[in-house]
Each structure stands twice: as structure tokens, then as C-alpha cells.
Design a protein around this ligand. Structure first.
Ligand SMILES: [Zn+2]
Length: 338
């Protein structure tokens, strides 16, 4: 790498909501290899803003699992919840630019008012209803929305602004719904050109939750920008999230990283490997006496790397080649680890 090349910065961003399973191990190992093979840095950020599900105990467990797998990271483990102030600054920027508006709808109201069912993105199991734009133009500020309705308000990002023009509060007031929203186009290094119409995928999305805690999309965008992340390799269940994050990056004037979305690991029946799948958590495999190199070897083979070789995650960095990553879902037969 020449001294003028920008340094690659990758990141691992697990949510502390349970033990890591082999599907996570694959995504994280590939993300780690991709950054390390380029001589880059890797950050570990715990996405702990979902207070209903995030548990501190899982953070320690995830660090233990990743360490066992042979992964390391540069700098301290970052907890997203420790950076709420800077996320608030980003939110203020969106408020000031008229890109968000207050919404007092309950989940149930959104569900009941939701229009036609959204498209299915291949590999995407989202069942999120489309927000119909009920609160567009209803309120000037969050405080006003809460005073008038006696309800707590969220702030939603106006997806219609996707074309890139800063929209005034007046133009939000004149909007009637997510009709005419533009598709978000981006290039995925693995899956090629993507075009995702957020009007069909949830519509205007929440960036600040009731009570003021930032929502996932905004927190991720802020954290990636603050850390200078240049590439994001993750599961393709997050393609719609990527479209939202791109809109936020554009609205905030932030650069977008290089995107690589890998198809998820499926069980032998073709179902997405979920956290409930017994016996395939890294902790259970470890307790059963499995060596981490077995997991590394499986991920390497599934990524088109020379199957004959053995070694730790670090020893196999040089074998990684992004061009050999398969574009299809990977099936996992649990007996491979029996
Ligand atoms: Zn609403």
C-alpha cells in the first residue's frame, strides 16, 4: 500500500442482544479479513441503543466470542450509548435543515393506516409497515406536537427529500405522503447496482425515538462518520437500512463508505440462521471443545478461500479475496460441526 492510499477502516458492529452464532461469525470474519487484507484498521462498536433488548452481559459475551474466534480490533471497544451527545448534534442539523418532522402515531396506528404491502427485497425478511405520512405538516416542533396531543413524539426523516435538495419546513407542510419518493441508488461491491425505493420500505423512518434517544439509523451513520469508517461489510438483510443510512449521509454532508452486503447463512431448510438455532452459537461450540480454526476454516471455504489450508483468522488474512466471495446464500449443515 502506498503512503498516499487512504487507510481502510472497517468495523464490527454487533448488537448485544444474544450470543453470536455461526452466521455472525461469518459476517464478522469476512469484514475483518476485508479490512485487514487491505492493511486497514478494524473497529469494534457495540450497538447498544435498543434498551429493550440490549444487555450488558451480552457485550462481554460478544467480546469473548470474537476474541475466541481470533479477531482483534484497534482501540477500545466503543459503546454507542456513550456518544449520544454527538448523535444529538447530527439530529439538530437535520432539524435545522427541515429534513425531519414530529410524529405522534403509535405503532398500531401506523400498522392500521399502512397502505399496500411493500415489495420484498430478495433475502429481506422485513415486515415493516409503510408509514403513510399522517403527521407530515401537522406540527411545527416536537414540543408543540407533544403539547397539542399529550403524546410523546418521535422525529421522522422525510424520505421524499431523497433527491438531495434541502427542504424547508414549508415544503414538508405541503407534503401529503411518501408518494413520489425517489429510489435510493447505490453500488454494492458484491451485489452490484442497487435501487431501493424507501416509499415501499417503511416510508419516512424514525431518527429520534420517544424520549429523545436516537434511532438506530442515525446513530450508525454518526458513529461511522466519527470513526472515519470507509467500508461496511455486513449481511444483506441490512440493504434497506443502507438506503436509509445513505439518505442520512447525504442530508448531513457525510461521505458514504464502500458497501459490501453478503448473503446470509441459511440452515439446511433454507431458513435464515437465527439466534434461536440451537447448537450453533460460538459459546456452545467452544464449550463442546471445538477449535476456533474449525470455524475459520468453514468461513474461509464458504468465501472461496483455499479449502486445504488451516490456520487462525490472522494466519489466513492473505488468502482472502473479495472477488471470490459467493453472491448466493450459504447453506450450513450443523453436522459439519458435530
Ligand atoms: Zn405520525
Amino acid at each position: 500500500m502506498s503512503s498516499t492510499s487512504p487507510t481502510v477502516v472497517g468495523r464490527l458492529a454487533p448488537s448485544p442482544t444474544g450470543r453470536l452464532h455461526l452466521g455472525h461469525a461469518r459476517s464478522f470474519l469476512l469484514a475483518w479479513w476485508s479490512a485487514r487484507a487491505a492493511g486497514g484498521r478494524v473497529l469494534l462498536r457495540i450497538e447498544d441503543l435498543d434498551q429493550e433488548r440490549a444487555r450488558e452481559q451480552w457485550t462481554a459475551a460478544i467480546v469473548e466470542d470474537l476474541t475466541w474466534l481470533g479477531l482483534d480490533w484497534d482501540g477500545a471497544v466503543e459503546l454507542q450509548s456513550e456518544h449520544l451527545d454527538t448523535v444529538d448534534l447530527a439530529l439538530e442539523q437535520l432539524v435545522g435543515a427541515g429534513r425531519v418532522y414530529p410524529c405522534v402515531c403509535t405503532r398500531r396506528e401506523v400498522r392500521e393506516a399502512a397502505s399496500a404491502p411493500h415489495d420484498e427485497v430478495p433475502g429481506q425478511a422485513s415486515i415493516e409497515p409503510v408509514y403513510p405520512g399522517t403527521c407530515r405538516g401537522r406540527f411545527g416542533t416536537r414540543a408543540e406536537a407533544e403539547a397539542i396531543t399529550g403524546r410523546q413524539a418521535v422525529l421522522r426523516f422525510l424520505v421524499e427529500g431523497a433527491a438531495g435538495t434541502a427542504r424547508s419546513q414549508a415544503s414538508i407542510a405541503g407534503s401529503t405522503g411518501p408518494v413520489g419518493a425517489t429510489a435510493v441508488d447505490f453500488h454494492d461491491e458484491l451485489q452490484g447496482p442497487q435501487s431501493i425505493d424507501l416509499a415501499l420500505h417503511g416510508g419516512d423512518f424514525v431518527v429520534s425515538r420517544k424520549g429523545g434517544l436516537p434511532a438506530y439509523q442515525l446513530a450508525v451513520v454518526e458513529a461511522d462518520a466519527r470513526a472515519g469508517v470507509t467500508e461496511v461489510l455486513r449481511g444483506d438483510d441490512l440493504l434497506v437500512s443502507t438506503a436509509r443510512q445513505l439518505l442520512l449521509q447525504r442530508a448531513l454532508g457525510l461521505p458514504s463508505p464502500r458497501w459490501l452486503h453478503v448473503p446470509l447463512v441459511q440452515d439446511p431448510e433454507g431458513e435464515r440462521l437465527a439466534k434461536r438455532t440451537g447448537g450453533l452459537s460460538l459459546a456452545e461450540l467452544r464449550e463442546a471443545g471445538l477449535e476456533p480454526e474449525r470455524v475459520v476454516a468453514w468461513v474461509a471455504a464458504s468465501a472461496g478461500m483455499s479449502p486445504g489450508r488451516r490456520g487462525t483468522a490472522a494466519e489466513r488474512i492473505g488468502d482472502f479475496d473479495v472477488d471470490r466471495l459467493p453472491r448466493e446464500p450459504v447453506r450450513l449443515d450443523p453436522r459439519a460441526f458435530g
